[in-house]
Design a protein around this ligand. Structure first.
Ligand code: NAP
Length: 291
């Protein structure tokens, strides 16, 4: 029997409906949650992510403030803009679209964001608090993945979760969330130093691929019945499409579908959840600032 497809758009819609009510409650207090979105340069993927985030804000009745800067922007200029936004009462969340051009000091830029407006959850303060299990903004993609796993209804306690990827924004925070008591999985983290990746993935009850490598996970690497979450977003040539390319994940969807118990598609799986958890964090930031 083919795997059940986890519909990220549907789960995202459920969360957005609940958020709409919280946004209405804020509007009764004359507060409209506002997200400042900073994009440096014109990387096509980043432009499309930023556009989607701004559209999502508009759709749900939030404000977005757009800052599109040339790729010649210097670190100090970006930090100065962030300081200005930190002090702006109409701005509840600040998002800097990554990656930044190579000459910019990404760490200094992210650290300049006030922790109470760090709705991506990337500052060392928020990441540290998350690690300690304190109240913090949780990075949007890992948070969205946890919501998707919860949505399947599978019991997670005592499962073996394998995370393929150890980036600061996906793999590391995700592994930390999976070991929280409410999930209680035993976690293995794989990376490019892992010898024979399949030896680990084959034993995963929950397999999360966040490596950014198209076709990395094949059917023979998946345990029958596993819950497979595909985070990867990779552009591959597709001569038959108008654009000449298409988006695929890290998992060979068509063949893994026949082995897994649950699987997320790309697009339409993790992506809509990432944007939704950004809205979620921004609403939470506005609520905290309103009391
Ligand atoms: P990243 O910073 O490039 O990290 C990739 C990680 O995967 C690294 O830890 C790397 O290991 C590991 N890796 C790469 N190739 C591997 C291989 N062959 N075997 C095992 N591990 C391997 O990427 P990221 O920012 O975490 O993003 C990962 C993917 O998720 C990308 O495709 C990105 O576009 C996508 N993404 C999607 C969303 C969404 O909302 N859908 C959000 C964020 C990211 P090393 O540490 O050893 O180099």
């Amino acid at each position: 029997m083919p795997a059940s497809i986890i519909d990220g758009k549907l789960v995202a819609q459920e969360i957005r409906s609940a958020l709409s009510e919280r946004i209405s409650a804020l509007k009764h207090k004359n507060i409209v949650p506002g997200l400042a979105v900073i994009l440096v340069g014109e990387d096509p993927a980043s432009v499309s992510y930023v556009t989607a985030k701004e559209q999502a804000c508009a759709d749900i009745g939030m404000k977005s403030f757009e800052y599109r800067l040339p790729d010649t922007t210097r670190t100090e200029e970006l930090v100065a803009l962030i300081h200005k936004l930190n002090a702006d009462k109409a701005v509840h969340g600040i998002l800097v679209q990554l990656p930044l051009p190579g000459h910019i000091d990404e760490f200094s830029v992210i650290e300049a964001i006030a922790p109470e407006k760090d709705v991506d959850g990337f500052t060392s303060i928020n990441l540290g608090k998350m690690l300690l299990g304190q109240d913090a903004f949780i990075p949007c993609t890992p948070h969205g993945i946890i919501k998707l796993i919860e949505h399947t209804g599978i019991p997670t306690k005592g499962t073996h979760a394998v995370v393929v990827g150890r980036s600061n924004i996906v793999g590391k925070p995700l592994a930390n969330l999976l070991i929280r008591k409410e999930i209680n999985a035993t976690v293995t983290i794989c990376h490019t130093g892992t010898v024979n990746l399949a030896d680990f993935t084959k034993h995963a009850d929950i397999l999360i691929a966040c490596a950014g490598k198209a076709g990395l996970i094949t059917a023979d690497m998946v345990k029958p019945g596993a819950c497979v979450i595909d985070v990867g977003v990779n552009r591959v040539p597709a001569p038959q499409s108008k654009k000449g390319w298409k988006l695929v994940g890290d998992v060979l969807f068509d063949e893994v579908l026949d082995v897994a118990g649950f699987i997320t598609p790309v697009p339409g799986g993790v992506g809509p959840m990432t944007i939704t958890m950004l809205l979620y964090n921004t609403v939470a930031a506005a609520e905290k600032m309103s009391v």
